[in-house]
Design a protein around this ligand. Structure first.
Ligand code: CP3
Length: 343
């Protein structure tokens, strides 16, 4: 079974010889070869130059035997394409060029020519696909409208995104307009990724937990559902909603085929909650990759054992790789998963 088949089978709830594995933010700061490129170019240049984005996408695959590649890019390319650029704060975190506070600013977001403006992602995907062929799965991604709105309204990283929840509460009509604009742009963006050859896409709703369970549907899930149903080809969609394990059943209603879990629920409980109706992905705590190879092996084996009873399971971290992850721990993780066999 090649890696791409293994990935697609697991995504479609079919048994595999072992779980496929890829890692969230696999092309991150923990790899010296990534840091070497980062010392020559700024992040946005790396994202916008297809040859460089392809090179970074392939870096983890050259080092480790992963089953899938996720394109090197960022969720914030959408606000950037709409006219709200981003940068990085010196102390870490995202800084948007301005905060959205008014209807006039929402109206001014330019959602024309999304496909043209994001053509560099299409080029990077095609180059990556040429290189990996059909041996490995190729993943695209986007941020959820809610998570993008968090950065756009709060103006960057925030401990609680309280400006966003207040804006949504106090200005429901304006908020609706923003979500509509974001959702329509994301549909075009994901369809661009489908045309460029992705096998699957992941929607990152990293700040879903800012929503109350009562508001979760109207502020986030309904827009995710609109995006999934707007895809031109029925490729499997992975939904990652950090901190929302109490709403897994609601997430299934978006028609996502795979739910990606953080590390605050056991696979067994998540499987019971979703009735084994969808494939699951995750849920190793990324901080274990800063410990030692033996600890990583034990924690990984515990998850693998629990995954035996699932219909479809994809190994991954519960969130993105930390910059302090140790390469020898990543190696131990991948060796443990790729040498495992389902009984
Ligand atoms: O695996 C991959 O490398 C795929 C590419 C990828 C990146 N960002 C590259 C990146 C993906 C899938 C993302 C998603 C992303 N970006 C999310 C959703 C996932 C999550 O982390 O919750 C979010 C919220 C963002 C926005 C963003 N971009 C943040 C919060 C940061 C970190 C800022 C900081 O200073 O800590 C980034 C930067 C970023 N995006 C890096 C990478 C490899 C690190 C850049 C660097 O320092 O070199």
């Amino acid at each position: 079974m090649n890696s791409r088949d293994r990935f697609l089978k697991a995504a479609h709830l079919e048994k595999t010889d072992r779980p496929p594995i890829w890692l969230m933010r696999q092309a991150g700061r923990y790899l010296p070869e990534y840091r070497a490129l980062k010392s020559k170019y700024d992040f946005i240049t790396l994202v916008k130059t297809p040859e460089l984005a392809t090179e970074i996408t392939l870096q983890p695959l050259q080092r480790f035997s992963l089953d899938a590649a996720i394109i090197f890019s960022d969720i914030l390319v959408i606000p950037e394409a709409l006219g709200q650029p981003y940068s990085f704060r010196d102390g870490g975190g995202i800084q948007m060029e301005y905060c959205i506070t008014s209807k006039a600013q929402i109206d001014a977001l330019d959602d024309s020519a999304i496909v043209e403006k994001l053509n560099y992602v299409s080029e990077a995907l095609k180059l990556t696909k040429q290189s990996i062929g059909n041996d490995k799965a190729l993943l695209g991604f986007c941020g959820s409208p809610w998570t993008l709105a968090c950065y756009m309204i709060d103006g960057g990283s925030s401990p609680d995104f309280s400006r966003t929840s207040q804006f949504a509460e106090r200005n429901p009509k304006e908020f609706f307009l923003l979500m509509e604009k974001l959702s329509q742009s994301i549909i075009q963006y994901l369809n661009l990724q489908v045309d460029a050859g992705v096998d699957c896409v992941q929607i990152f709703d990293s700040w879903a937990s800012v929503c109350t369970p009562e508001n979760y549907h109207s502020q986030s899930l309904q827009w995710i559902k609109a995006i999934i149903t707007g895809l031109k080809k029925p490729i499997p969609v992975i939904l990652y909603a950090k901190g929302m394990n109490h709403c897994l059943k609601d997430q299934l209603k978006t028609q996502a085929k795979i739910l990606s879990l953080d590390w605050t629920i056991s696979l067994t409980d998540a499987c019971a909650e979703t009735n084994n109706q969808c494939a699951l992905q995750g849920n190793l705590d990324p901080s274990f990759l800063t410990s030692d190879p033996q600890t990583v092996k034990e924690k990984t084996n515990a998850i693998l054992k629990m995954s035996e009873s699932l219909n479809g399971y994809i190994f991954n971290l519960g969130h993105g790789m930390l910059p302090t992850a140790k390469v020898e721990c990543v190696e131990a993780l991948i060796d443990t998963v790729t040498n495992y066999r389902y009984g």
